[in-house]
Design a protein around this ligand. Structure first.
Ligand SMILES: [Zn+2]
Ligand SMILES: [Zn+2]
Length: 259
């Protein structure tokens, strides 16, 4: 019973902390682009006419809270695994050094990108889409709150990468947190609804491999393409990038430079 109480308290504070971190990332983007400076950024809107409604945004927030609860339950399970010595999560940075610490964050980003692409593509199978992924696609014109707006099963799939990493190779807890903060921020930017990356980003020899906001926004408006999260290479390799991706990005940029 005592142990149950301790785990419950761990899960509760984990949920509170994650929610505060999530709010600290998502709220500035939402407030600046969707509320306070909305008219100023009108020319940066990826979908010219706003199709999102307050009702959809409330639904996105509700789904996100459920996702955060699921992440907290998974964190409790990982915590138990740490206590039992099953994971590869380590305490002292000096065990592997700073070089490895930074390297492990890059590895997590690359592996998570692959995990996201393939699980996401799989969830577009008609059966999985209908029962799971449809919830995320209720946001045809996504707001930053769409980043974690998932069906509970999709929240578990999303957390899958994190579960695997904990067991796969040595990771410092702060490296895990650092990666989660990076992925949360990029995820929110991907659902921003406004383009903040510069002109020429999509054709630049190195930046063309990074997804600007338009890339994932098109996935929400057109569904069957642009499945990638951080990078464009899986979409390019498997020919799932929308044919009019570059054209759409350039149209958005020409609206931005007009003003
Ligand atoms: Zn999708
Ligand atoms: Zn999305």
């Amino acid at each position: 019973m005592q142990q149950f109480k301790e785990l419950f308290a761990y899960g509760f504070w984990d949920f509170v902390t994650n929610t505060i971190i999530y709010a600290a990332v998502v709220l500035p983007f939402f407030l600046v682009f969707w509320v306070l400076l909305k008219p100023k950024f009108q020319n940066r809107r990826i979908q010219e006419k706003q199709r999102s409604t307050p009702k959809i945004i409330r639904q996105e927030i509700k789904n996100s809270v459920i996702s955060l609860l699921i992440f907290a339950i998974i964190d409790v399970a990982i915590y138990v695994a740490i206590l039992k010595g099953y994971t590869q999560i380590y305490d002292n940075i000096s065990d592997y050094g700073w070089g490895y610490f930074v390297f492990s964050i890059f590895v997590m980003i690359l592996l998570h990108d692959a995990w996201f692409y393939f699980t996401h593509k799989l969830m577009h199978h008609p059966v999985l889409f209908k029962h799971i992924h449809k919830v995320h696609h209720q946001s045809i014109d996504p707001s930053p709150f769409a980043a974690f707006s998932f069906h509970p099963l999709e929240a578990i799939i999303e957390a899958g990468a994190y579960i695997i990493f904990s067991f796969l190779f040595p990771i410092h807890l702060y490296a895990l947190l650092g990666w989660q903060l990076i992925q949360m921020t990029l995820n929110v930017i991907g659902h921003l609804g406004y383009e903040i990356y510069p002109k020429g980003f999509n054709t630049h020899w190195s930046f063309r491999w990074k997804t600007p906001s338009t890339h994932h926004n098109m996935h929400h408006s057109k569904f069957n393409g642009n499945y990638g999260l951080y990078f464009t290479w899986w979409d390019k390799m498997f020919k799932t990038e929308f044919k009019d991706y570059n054209e759409t990005y350039e149209k958005v940029q020409s609206r931005i430079s007009k003003k």
